[in-house]
Write a protein that binds this ligand. Structure first.
Ligand code: ADP
Ligand code: MG
Length: 325
């Protein structure tokens, strides 16, 4: 049962990334909300596009899993502008990068209120478990390696589910279409940058970096890079500098289990780095195993704050418009 593109009503833009734009849409026949990713393509590379759509369609054979965003279909439309459309499950709390930026604004508004950080041990443990469990499923069952674990590809919903998306698609194809390298690839492991064989352990490295970013609010290894030179610098830093670590001191108080967990992810030598299955058995995961209800509660709170943030930003925008007049 494939979704027909003409049965979709667009409800608004969710966000955009390197390759395209993600839109919230309603599938009218069964009143279901879906996420629609639109990737514009040049007129001239139909071969590449057809191969990409074929590759994407393989995703449809991945059976539903609690930690994988469901895939509904990939399309190539040639009416008007050419674009690839990918339909997938809509996750109503959005991605971790979005939640992180909303958290930043939330803290700014409540400066005098001392609050628990959003990304505490419980939350990081639950997110890590979900990512590892999803990665393990993709690899054990389909031999798919994700290759692009980063905060914007880990999505959450208010039912307390954490799911990974945007996996398996060969980056070479995507890049040949999007033609952008700048601003990407920062979560790549040292062995991948050096061109060695890429295994599932590359995703473990990315998970480690992602955790450090979530708890500190900053990308480790020296900030975002928006110029081509910046990217080359960063790639060199990943290979040459010591492994990134969770900060010690500075008001942070991470548990022994969490520090050890991150240390095992962020090992530069791939052979020394823990595997997905080893990490699934780590004490940091076990410690919070029975805390599903608490995590679900956290997701609901995030949903509430996202709504509040949207409202405040809308009001700010309107005020700014009025002041201009
Ligand atoms: P990137 O992952 O590089 O940011 P994408 O085009 O994959 O770029 O996604 C853009 C944004 O859309 C993401 O950052 C995320 O916040 C949001 N998004 C993507 N897929 C979904 C989805 N299935 N449900 C809800 N939000 C999504
Ligand atoms: Mg993405």
């Amino acid at each position: 049962s494939s979704i027909q593109l003409q049965d979709l009503v667009q409800l608004g833009k969710i966000g955009s990334g390197n390759s395209g734009t993600v839109i919230k849409a309603l599938h009218v026949p069964d009143s279901k909300i879906v996420a629609k990713k639109v990737i514009p393509v040049e007129n001239n590379n139909h071969l590449v596009v057809n191969q990409l759509v074929r590759e994407l369609t393989i995703m449809k054979s991945v059976h539903p899993h609690e930690n994988i965003v469901s895939f509904y279909g990939a399309y190539y439309t040639q009416s008007g502008s050419n674009e690839i459309v990918i339909l997938m499950e809509y996750m109503n709390c959005g991605s971790l990068d979005k939640i992180l930026s909303v958290y930043g604004r939330y803290c700014q508004r409540r400066q005098n209120l001392r609050e628990e950080p959003w990304f505490n041990g419980l939350v990081i443990s639950k997110i890590s478990y979900a990512v590892l469990n999803g990665l393990s499923y993709l690899y054990e069952k389909y031999k798919i390696i994700h290759r692009d674990i980063k905060p914007s590809n880990v999505l959450i919903n208010s039912r307390g589910q954490v799911k990974i998306c945007d996996f398996g698609v060969s980056k070479k194809l995507i890049n040949s279409i999007a033609d952008t390298f700048v601003g990407t690839s920062t979560y790549m492991s040292p062995e991948r940058i050096q061109g060695n064989v890429y295994s599932t352990k590359g995703d473990v490295w990315s998970l480690g970096l992602m955790i450090i970013e979530l708890v500190t609010g900053e990308f480790p290894l020296g900030g975002r890079n928006d110029t081509a030179n910046g990217i080359l610098d960063l790639l060199q830093r990943i290979v040459n500098e010591p492994s990134p670590r969770l900060p010690s001191g500075g008001g942070y108080n991470f548990s022994r289990e969490m520090i050890d967990f991150v240390n095992r992810c962020c090992v530069k030598d791939e052979t020394e780095r823990s595997s997905i299955n080893e990490l699934l058995c780590h004490d940091f995961i076990g410690k919070y195993r029975t805390k599903d209800k608490e995590f679900r509660h956290w997701c609901k709170k995030v949903k509430f704050c996202l709504k509040e943030d949207k409202q405040i930003r809308r009001e700010d925008n309107e005020r700014a418009k009025l002041e201009k007049k």
